[in-house]
Ligand binder design. Structure first.
Ligand SMILES: [Fe+2]
Length: 206
């Protein structure tokens, strides 16, 4: 198997200054190189600890390890999805949804504007650190909004994540101070709907 046994920090598909002024170069660099990297390293450290325990035939604190692993893997995977569902304004970012994603949003939420309002409310009202996500349920074929606490609480098992928005303070404080609402409003200018639609169409084909 060529698949790596550990997690890697993905490269961004755009330059660190490409999302400005919505997300400044300093903020994006810090968020990707420090915060996201910490989750990758955190998850890998636990995997290494578990590998060592296997080699040594030793026990480890499973409750603590799996709680921490869930947090770090959640952080890593959500950030990976987040970077890829963003694009520079005017270069794929901030257009309106089209094709399949536009249709399912209209059907479920009534209109794109109503969806935007509900998703924004979800992001703004996340307690403490968390995420807003648009997911898709294959049992009901509905797009469903999810409000994640931290990186791993309130997650619907098996629902594919189509789009996420990070509302941890580290995602906006440097540019927006405590004004999370302003950051959430600005987020719509960098959503990469082509990627969100691709995630949905890939799921529907699978
Ligand atoms: Fe983050």
């Amino acid at each position: 198997m060529d698949t790596p046994k550990f997690y890697n920090l993905p490269k961004l598909a755009y330059d660190y200054n490409a999302l400005a002024p919505i997300i400044s170069e300093d903020l994006l660099r810090l968020h990707h190189e420090k915060h996201h990297a910490a989750y990758v390293n955190g998850a890998n450290a636990i995997l290494q600890k578990m590998d060592k325990a296997r080699t040594d035939n030793a026990d480890f604190d499973t409750k603590a390890a799996f709680k921490e692993l869930s947090f770090h893997i959640g952080g890593h995977l959500l950030h990976s999805l987040f970077w890829a569902n963003l694009a520079p304004p005017g270069k794929g970012g901030g257009e309106k949804p089209s094709k399949t994603i536009a249709k399912v949003i209209d059907e479920e939420f009534g209109s794109f504007d109503r969806f935007k309002k509900l998703f924004s409310q979800t992001a703004v009202s996340a307690e403490g650190s968390g995420w807003a996500a648009l997911t898709f349920c294959r049992k009901t074929n509905r797009p469903i909004i999810m409000q994640v606490e931290k990186h791993n609480t309130n997650v619907y098992p098996m629902f594919r994540i189509l789009m996420v928005l990070d509302v941890w303070e580290h995602a906006y404080y440097l540019d927006y101070k405590n004004d999370r609402g302003k950051f959430v409003e600005a987020f719509w200018n960098i959503v990469n709907w082509t990627e969100v639609n691709k995630r949905l169409e890939d799921l529907l084909k699978s």
